[in-house]
Design a protein around this ligand. Structure first.
Ligand code: CU
Length: 172
């Protein structure tokens, strides 16, 4: 009985949820995958998914950050036949088919995360919570860091205007 109570109490804390997943992140270009630029960890909690970044060697300033639908960081040809960095990661993760970019915890893509503010030293360390997502759902998806910021809208540019992909990691 004691054991059952103990398990129940443990399950009320973070430790009952799936173990922390570490996603190694890499620079990406139109020719392929480059240097390691740190990690992002994913952990379930009773309030949602806790995402924590520990990144370096990025250009200073704001950068769009999203969960994309496929487990690949490879370059791929765009519709004009031009090779683009990490295009094989596909579009933003949108399991409810909203076809709408709305920013974190909005009513659009589930994969719309807060943009990352990279320091002058090229680093970013942030911890935030995403409701309605679990680690299990994100298996075999990818994390993408974009060249530009993200205005959390599809106007004036689609996907928040975040543009090209400069960082990528595959969620194991
Ligand atoms: Cu993206």
């Amino acid at each position: 009985m004691k054991k059952i109570i103990f398990t129940f109490i443990t399950c009320l804390s973070l430790t009952c949820y799936s173990k922390e997943i570490t996603v190694p992140m890499y620079q990406v270009t139109s020719t392929g995958i480059g240097s390691h630029i740190g990690t992002v960890t994913l952990q379930d909690s009773k309030d949602g998914l806790v995402i924590e970044t520990n990144l370096n060697n990025l250009p200073a300033g704001p950068h769009g950050f999203h969960i994309h639908e496929f487990a690949s960081c490879d370059p791929q040809k765009d519709k004009n036949g031009i090779m683009q960095a990490a295009l094989a990661a596909g579009n933003h993760y949108d399991p409810h088919h909203t076809n709408h970019h709305a920013g974190p915890n909005g009513n659009g893509h589930l994969g719309d995360l807060p943009y990352l503010s990279v320091s002058e030293a090229g680093t970013n360390k942030i911890r935030f919570l995403m409701k309605n997502i679990t680690v299990h759902q994100l298996k075999n998806k990818s994390l993408i860091i974009h060249e530009n910021t993200d205005n959390y809208k599809d106007i004036p540019l689609p996907q928040g205007g975040s543009g090209l992909r400069i960082g990528c990691g595959i969620i194991p």
